[in-house]
Write a protein that binds this ligand. Structure first.
Ligand code: XIL
Length: 392
C-alpha cells in the first residue's frame, strides 16, 4: 500500500486516513479563540480552546500511568538519534517507544541471508536507558517488504522464511519487548478471502493458517511478550468498517478457539479530522466484544489527520484536539484498553507530511506537540482524556 510516495484514496480510506485537515496553547489557558472562528471549523461539535484546559503540565505518561494506562509514541532512528530536543521531549512524555520503521522486514533484512539489527538495537537501548518500555512493530505484514522477498519467497519455502524471520527477530529482542505486533493489517473482507483476510503473499503461499503459525512462532521465541493482532480501518460507522469489525471478531474467535496465543488487539487509530465522528455506541460494543474474547486492547497508531481542515491554525488545532478528546473519551471507558500510542509525538516528524499532505502545502499538525516541540491543544486533549479515564 505504501510503496508509492502517496497512498491512493482507496488505500487511505481503508486505513482510515483519507480526506481530512499549533500553537501550543497552553495549560489552563484563558479563552483565546472567538466563537465565530470556531464555527468555521468543519468539526461538528463547536469548542473553544478553554474546553481543553488542564490543571498542570504533568507529562502524558504520568497522567496515563495514574489510571493504569501506558502512553507512548512511535519514534524513528533518524529523529531520535540526531535531535536532542526531540529526544528529551520523547523521554519526558512517553512510557513506551514504538520503532516506526526499524523492525519492519525491509529495514531488518537487507539481503535474503542477513539481518541488520543496528537501528532497532539503538532504539531498544534508548528505551531501556530512559526507562521506557519497547514495542515490536511488526513481524508479519504484506507492505514494506524488501525487494528480494518478492523474487525469492514462494509456496514451497514460505513457511521456512516466515518461521525463520520470526524466530530470529523475536529471539533477538526477547526480554526487551513489552508487546509485539505479530500480524499487521491482515483483514480486508472486500478481497473475498476466507475469514475476511486481505490479499497477501503469506495467504497465497500458506493459506489462512499463516496467522496461527506466526503467533505460535512468536510465543515460542519470546514467551514474555504480549502478542498483538494489529488492524486498521475499524472505527467508523460505515458499511466497510462494519464488515471489517465483523471479520476481525469472527477470525479472533476462531483463532482463540484453537488455542492460538493471541493476547491483545491493536486498533489503529488514524483519525480523519474532516470526517463525521464515529458512532460511540458501535465502537464501544466492538471493544467490549474484543474484551469478551479475553483480549487486552491497545489504541495504536493514533494521530488526527488535518489534511482537509481549513487553513486557519487555531481552527485546525481545536478540531484536531476535539477528535483526540472525543475518541479517547469513548475508548478509554473500556477497561480492557491498556495503552494509548500516538503515531509520532511532534509535528516535526510525522508520516502525515508525506502520506496525507495538505493541498495548500501548509505544514500538517496531527500530533500532540507542534514542530517547535511545544504542546498544542491536542496535548491538552490527551491529558484531559487520561485525567477523566476510569482507573483500570
Ligand atoms: C508508516 C511510517 O510512519 C512511515 O514512515 C513509512 O514510510 C510507512 O509506514 N500503518 C502501519 C505503520 O502499521 O507501520 C505505517 O507506518 C502507517 C500505517
Amino acid at each position: 500500500m505504501f510503496n508509492n510516495r502517496l497512498c491512493t484514496r482507496r488505500q487511505a480510506i481503508r486505513l482510515g486516513v483519507t480526506a481530512v485537515s499549533g500553537l501550543g496553547l497552553a495549560i489552563g489557558a484563558k479563552k483565546i479563540y472567538s466563537r465565530q472562528e470556531i464555527q468555521s471549523s468543519d468539526y461538528q461539535q463547536k469548542r473553544t480552546a478553554q474546553d481543553f484546559a488542564v490543571d498542570s503540565q504533568t507529562p502524558l505518561k504520568i497522567r496515563a500511568a495514574s489510571k493504569g494506562l501506558i502512553y507512548g509514541a512511535a519514534g524513528n532512528y533518524p529523529a531520535l538519534s540526531s535531535d536532542a530536543n526531540f529526544k528529551s521531549r520523547f523521554v519526558q512524555e512517553c512510557g513506551i517507544l514504538v520503532p516506526e520503521n526499524e523492525l519492519k522486514w525491509y529495514a531488518l533484512r537487507p539481503t535474503e541471508s542477513s539481518f541488520d539489527f543496528s537501528k532497532g538495537d539503538w532504539l531498544a537501548k534508548f528505551a531501556r536507558d530512559n526507562g521506557m518500555l519497547f514495542r515490536g512493530h511488526n513481524l508479519v505484514w504484506n507492505q514494506f517488504m524488501p525487494e528480494w522477498f518478492w523474487k525469492t519467497v514462494n509456496k514451497q519455502n514460505a513457511e521456512k522464511y516466515l518461521t525463520e524471520h520470526i524466530t530470529t527477530v523475536a529471539k533477538h529482542y526477547a526480554g526487551q519487548v513489552h508487546s509485539w505486533d505479530v500480524v499487521n493489517e491482515v483483514i480486508d473482507p472486500k478481497h473475498g478471502k476466507p475469514y475476511g483476510l486481505a490479499n497477501s503473499p503469506w495467504l497465497d503461499f500458506l493459506g489462512p493458517e499463516y496467522i496461527e503459525l506466526a503467533f505460535r512462532a512468536t510465543a515460542e521465541s519470546d514467551p514474555n511478550a504480549l502478542l498483538v493482532f494489529n488492524e486498521a480501518g475499524l472505527k467508523y460507522d460505515t458499511s466497510e468498517h462494519e464488515a471489517r469489525r465483523t471479520s476481525v471478531l469472527k477470525l479472533l474467535e476462531h483463532l482463540k478457539s484453537k488455542g492460538t496465543p493471541i493476547h491483545a488487539f491493536g486498533t489503529e487509530s488514524h483519525i480523519l479530522a474532516h470526517e463525521t465522528p464515529f458512532n460511540a455506541k458501535k465502537l464501544r460494543t466492538f471493544l467490549s466484544d474484543l474484551a469478551s474474547l479475553g483480549l487486552k486492547i491497545l489504541i495504536t497508531e493514533l494521530d488526527v489527520i488535518d489534511q482537509k481542515l481549513p487553513a486557519d491554525i487555531k481552527v485546525r488545532d481545536i478540531a484536531v484536539a476535539s477528535h483526540y478528546h472525543d475518541y479517547l473519551s469513548v475508548v478509554l471507558e473500556e477497561k480492557a484498553v491498556m495503552a494509548v500510542l500516538t503515531w509520532g509525538l511532534s509535528d516535526r516528524y510525522t508520516w502525515i507530511s508525506q502520506f496525507s499532505p495538505r493541498s495548500d502545502e501548509a505544514p500538517v499538525r496531527p500530533l500532540p506537540f507542534d514542530s517547535d516541540l511545544q504542546p498544542k491543544l491536542a496535548w491538552n486533549a490527551l491529558a484531559k482524556a487520561f485525567d477523566n479515564a476510569p482507573k483500570r
